[in-house]
Each structure stands twice: as structure tokens, then as C-alpha cells.
Design a binder for this molecule. Structure first.
Ligand code: PHE
Length: 517
């Protein structure tokens, strides 16, 4: 068995928590959360969001970490260890990090460019930069390259070390900017009001005053995306943890930290907008908030502006890097453990593929996404939105659903034939297997078996219906997701079901042989 010294996973509990928090804290928190909140009823949205984090996010995260931890192996093998016929889930969810990393890297390239460019001013550069194909590609490449270096170094020396350094820096910068922003004097309250004023009417109605559950759907989608759930990243990190990690406590800390950062991100922006550019408070969110409105605000800050701008975009870039490494790692882990390739080669190949796919996305974002000119598009969507919607609104919830299903309904079924259905059996099965959440074990069993999967399904179906009603072309997004699922199922049953798959121990063996050679 693995002893401490020989382990190839996280060395410390806090290292794991910071790495998982690093995966969780990303563009979702620093960018999407603030504008979604302000556009969907402020504190009303926050309130529902927190409920989603507790009822859906935390439960799924416990399930995912544990599925990885008990298998000590890549995502496919982790799901396969629940049941041989269930391994296909692992293969399907692994497609999601690949999709996300392709567009996430483009956005990472954007934030990197804005960080570097802070001292010469970022006002009005968005249309120029986003259509300058070679620049977009260059910055995407640099961004991907930094992430690659970290993944190449492995879990302990790469991901864990980087997270231990980068996460405190990120948090320090964020707190500093929040304080600065709150101290800007007159207008701060207007910004705060715009961000957090609780408005349940706005939460449940669309712009035309019709009843709408979009706010609810956004809150749930945001919780999945922000916590990196339903796509293998957390299963993968979980697989590199051992006895030293308390699953329940870790999940609580990761969720609290992720939500805190999201809330603070809005506090860094809205008060400053209110104080310095109040007329922009009602401008649209999206790409514009980060790349158009904030540069204008930073310019108004005078001499401090470039420094704050640099710190801000450096912080966002750091957050994006610690997220993308978890995406690359999911696929890398699988390749290292199931081919003869080394970690260095596997991550390099994957990163090259991601880079190749990011090029059309980068071009499409500048043309169709921001400028709305004709260019590369899929059924009227720019590529980024198309991929983002299919992973976030269709695939990730299904991935999370499958994780709950796996632990709540499939795991332990064989051993306890008679009574496997009951919550009592499930909690004692979980306890015997190693998942002990103290007095919460039974609560968790009820949640993972009934409450969370049902909530996910309701929201998923409601989400698809709402989206199709707003835009018929959304069917193509659903279809794309179905295509991925079908391919995943076929490939799994044809090639992987009866194949011996590698695990973390095998990866360690491989490393040792390499060291000796
Ligand atoms: N959680 C990250 C964010 O909030 C995005 C992400 C999703 C990262 C899935 C890894 C896996 O931006």
C-alpha cells in the first residue's frame, strides 16, 4: 500500500483544499457571479445561490471527492469501481474539461493581455484586441503554456505547490481591492445597492415582467460551474487524497471559500463603478463588465488606476490558471495511467490539442461574440457560447446527477442485496466503506439518494424547456451534448469495459521506473 513518502498525491490536507478551491475559484466567481447577481435580484439571487451550494453543490462535491478517493484512480476507473457498467460516466464527464479548457484558455489569454497592458491603459482595447487574431492566439498560448508547466510537474510539485502560493496571493489582492473600492466615497452605496439590493420580484420575473425561473436556473448552473462539479475535476483531485483528508470538512471549507470569493468579487467592482462611473451601473454584464466597464473605472482612479488594474487582471489570470490546471489534469491523469506516455508527454499532447481548438474559438469570440459580425458561428451562437451552454446547462448537471446516482443507488447494491434500498443500509455501507461524515452521514445519504438528484433533474428539464422557448436553436446545443454522451457510451462499452484500467499506484510505479532510468 502507499505510505506517506511514496504517495504521489497531495501531501497535506490544506494543499488539497487549496488546490480544489483553486479549481473552484475562477472566472465563474470573479466575473460571472457579480453580473448574474446584479441582473437577477441582488441578494435574492445570493440567497438562492447559497441554497443551491448547500443542497446541490456540497452534496455532489462530497460524492465526487469520495468516488475518486475510494478508487485512487482516474475518473473512468473511479466510476467503474462503483460498477463495471457505470464506468461510461467517467468517460463522458472527461469530455467536459476538455471542452471547457478550450474556451477558458481563450478568456485566460484575454485577462493576461489586460494584465500586461494595464500600464498603457485598457480603455477601448477590447474590439482591437479581440479581432487581432495573432494577438489573441499569442496570449492564449502563453496562458496555456503556464498552466502546462504546472501540470507537468505533477500533483505534489506542480498543482499543490502552485495552489499553495497562488491562492493566498489571489485572496490578498481581492481583499485589498475590495477595501480600496469600498473607500472611494460618494456613490459607493449606489454601487452596493445595484449589486446586492434584494429584489425577489426581479429574481422571478424577466425584463418584460413575465414570471420566469431563469434566476433559479442561473443560480444552479452557476453553483455547478463555480464549484467545478459534474465534470471529473473534483473526482480527479479527490483520487489523489488519502486518509489524512476529512471529506466533510474539506467540502465545507471549499464551498465557503468559493462563495466568499464570488461575493467579494462583486464588492470589488460595484462600489467602484458606483463611485466613479455611476452611469455604467445599468450597462449590461457579460464580456462588457470585465473588459469594457472596469477598464473605464480603473482609468478614473488616476495614478493608482494602472496598479489596481494590473492587480485585478493578474488576480483573475491566477484564478483562471488554477482552474485550467484542474481541467488539464483530469485528462492527463487518464492518459498517463492508461498509455505508455509519461506525464510530461501526456499533458503536452493534451495541451496542444486544447490550444488547437482554442484558435477557432478565439477567432469566433472576436467576430461573432463581441462584435456581432459574421464569422465562425454554430447555429447563430459564437463557438464559446455554444460550448459553454452545452457543458454548463446540459452536461455538467447530468455529470453531477450521475455522481449522486452512483453513490446513492448503485454503490453497495451487490453486497447488500436485500436491504440496499434503505437509507440505513446506504449510510452503514458508506461508513463501512470509509465515508464517515459523523452525524451528517444519514443526512448525506438522504440527500445523495433523493433530494439532490431530484432537484438536479427538475432544474435540468426546466432549464432545457426555458432555453428552447427563448431560442429554438438551443436544440442544437442539446443535440451536441447527446452526441457526446452517445459517443462516450459506445466507446466505453466497446473499448474500456473489459479492459484493465490503470490507477494512481500504477502512475507512481511508472514515475519510479523513469527516475531509475
Ligand atoms: N470553477 C471554475 C470557475 O468558477 C470553472 C471550472 C469549471 C474549473 C469546471 C474547473 C472545472 O470559473
Amino acid at each position: 500500500m502507499q505510505n506517506e513518502k511514496k504517495k504521489n498525491g497531495f501531501v497535506s490536507g490544506i494543499g488539497f483544499i487549496l488546490a480544489a478551491a483553486g479549481s473552484a475559484v475562477g472566472l465563474g466567481n470573479l466575473w460571472a457571479f457579480p453580473f448574474k447577481t446584479s441582473a437577477n435580484g441582488g441578494a435574492a439571487f445570493v440567497f438562492v445561490y447559497i441554497a443551491c451550494v448547500i443542497l446541490i453543490g456540497a452534496v455532489t462535491m462530497v460524492a465526487e471527492i469520495y468516488i475518486g478517493k475510494r478508487a485512487q484512480a482516474n475518473t473512468v476507473q473511479s466510476f467503474k469501481k462503483i460498477n463495471k457498467n457505470f464506468g461510461f460516466v467517467g468517460l463522458i464527464v472527461m469530455a467536459i474539461p476538455f471542452i471547457i479548457s478550450c474556451y477558458y484558455s481563450v478568456l485566460g489569454g484575454y485577462t493576461l493581455k489586460f494584465a500586461v497592458n494595464s500600464f498603457s491603459g485598457n480603455v477601448d482595447i477590447l474590439p482591437v484586441f479581440s479581432t487581432n487574431v495573432s494577438q489573441v492566439i499569442l496570449f492564449t498560448l502563453i496562458f496555456i503554456f503556464i498552466s502546462l508547466i504546472i501540470v507537468m510537474a505533477g500533483i505534489k510539485n506542480g498543482i499543490e505547490s502552485a495552489s499553495k502560493i497562488l491562492m493566498p496571493i489571489l485572496f490578498g489582492i481581492l481583499v485589498f481591492i475590495v477595501i480600496y473600492s469600498l473607500c472611494l466615497g460618494e456613490g459607493v452605496d449606489k454601487g452596493l445597492n445595484k449589486y446586492l439590493n434584494p429584489d425577489f420580484y426581479a429574481f422571478f420575473h424577466d425584463a418584460n415582467g413575465n414570471l420566469s425561473f431563469n434566476g433559479l436556473l442561473y443560480a444552479m448552473g452557476q453553483a455547478f460551474f463555480s464549484l467545478s462539479l459534474g465534470m471529473g475535476a473534483i473526482v480527479c483531485y479527490g483520487s489523489y487524497t488519502g486518509k489524512e483528508i476529512k471529506v466533510g470538512k474539506s467540502v465545507a471549507m471549499i464551498c465557503i471559500f468559493d462563495t466568499l470569493v464570488a461575493l467579494l468579487a462583486g464588492l470589488a467592482m460595484f462600489p467602484a463603478i458606483g463611485a466613479l462611473l455611476p452611469e455604467q451601473l445599468n450597462s449590461e454584464g457579460g464580456v462588457g463588465l470585465m473588459f469594457i466597464v472596469l477598464p473605464l473605472v480603473f482609468e478614473k482612479m488616476g495614478i493608482f488606476g494602472s496598479i489596481i488594474s494590473f492587480l485585478f487582471f493578474a488576480m483573475v489570470t491566477i484564478a483562471a490558471i488554477t482552474s485550467v490546471i484542474s481541467l488539464i489534469e483530469v485528462v492527463t491523469q487518464f492518459i498517463v495511467q492508461n498509455t505508455r506516455l509519461t506525464r510530461k508527454k501526456s499533458s503536452l499532447i493534451i495541451t496542444l490539442l486544447i490550444f488547437a481548438f482554442s484558435i477557432p474559438i478565439g477567432i469566433s469570440l472576436g467576430r461573432v461574440g463581441i462584435l456581432e459580425e459574421s464569422g465562425i458561428n454554430l447555429f447563430g451562437y459564437d463557438l464559446l457560447t455554444f460550448l459553454d451552454e452545452s457543458s454548463n446547462t446540459v452536461l455538467m448537471p447530468l455529470g453531477a446527477f450521475a455522481a449522486c446516482l452512483g453513490l446513492g443507488w448503485i454503490f453497495g447494491k451487490k453486497e447488500s442485496k436485500k436491504d440496499w434500498f434503505s437509507i440505513k443500509t446506504l449510510s452503514s455501507n458508506l461508513k463501512n466503506d470509509g465515508l464517515d461524515l459523523g452525524k451528517f452521514t444519514t443526512v448525506f445519504a438522504v440527500m445523495v439518494k433523493y433530494v439532490t438528484p431530484v432537484l438536479i433533474l427538475i432544474l435540468e428539464v426546466a432549464g432545457i424547456i426555458t432555453n428552447v422557448n427563448t431560442n429554438k436553436n438551443y436544440w442544437f446545443i442539446v443535440l451536441f451534448a447527446l452526441l457526446i454522451i452517445t459517443v462516450g457510451v459506445i466507446v466505453y462499452f466497446k473499448f474500456f469495459k473489459n479492459k484493465e484500467l490503470g490507477d494512481n499506484a500504477l502512475e507512481l510505479e511508472k514515475e519510479k521506473t523513469l527516475e531509475k532510468a
